[in-house]
Write a protein that binds this ligand. Structure first.
Ligand SMILES: [Zn+2]
Length: 155
């Protein structure tokens, strides 16, 4: 598998979305859109906050948010490779997170950032995030921190 490459600037953009949501007392959600480069690396090129509803303990993307997302992916020729959302306290994948995940293909990544990303920045992102990966059996499995670099690289 090829790890995603995501720049510090795009991590900052991701965290800004989560922090704004957190300041309203709400979970935040950001999507990573990527393109495969000529050298076969997968580069995150855009962070998108989808049309969604959220509260302190959930987020949900309504059908119109999903269709706007699909339209945007076609227009920009990008793929949804990861979702990043925040939790009010500990980072884990809830049953709702499993069921409502937007990224649905094998190898899709789901990052969960604790404490509404209040104390997270681009240099602590990988230390504080919990990471889950969708298996071939359509199950979200937690990735051990020691294996993060197989899936994501922040150059
Ligand atoms: Zn969650």
């Amino acid at each position: 598998m090829t790890p995603l490459i995501c720049t510090n600037a795009l991590i900052d953009e991701t965290l800004a979305i989560l922090k704004v949501a957190g300041s309203r007392g709400s979970e935040g959600i950001a999507l990573w859109l990527a393109r495969r480069s000529d050298d076969d690396t997968v580069q995150v090129v855009e962070v998108l906050e989808p049309l969604h509803r959220a509260a302190v303990d959930f987020f949900h993307i309504p059908p119109e948010g999903m269709s706007a997302l699909m339209k945007h992916l076609r227009k920009t020729r990008t793929k949804l490779v990861a979702q990043v959302h925040s939790h009010p306290a500990n980072a884990f994948h809830s049953q709702a997170d499993d069921e409502w995940a937007i990224a649905r293909h094998e190898g899709a990544l789901s990052f969960v950032i604790p404490y509404f990303a209040r104390s997270t920045n681009s240099s602590t992102f990988l230390d504080q995030a919990a990471l889950f990966r969708l298996s071939a059996q359509d199950q979200w499995l937690e990735v051990q921190r020691a294996q993060f670099s197989q899936h994501v690289v922040i150059p």
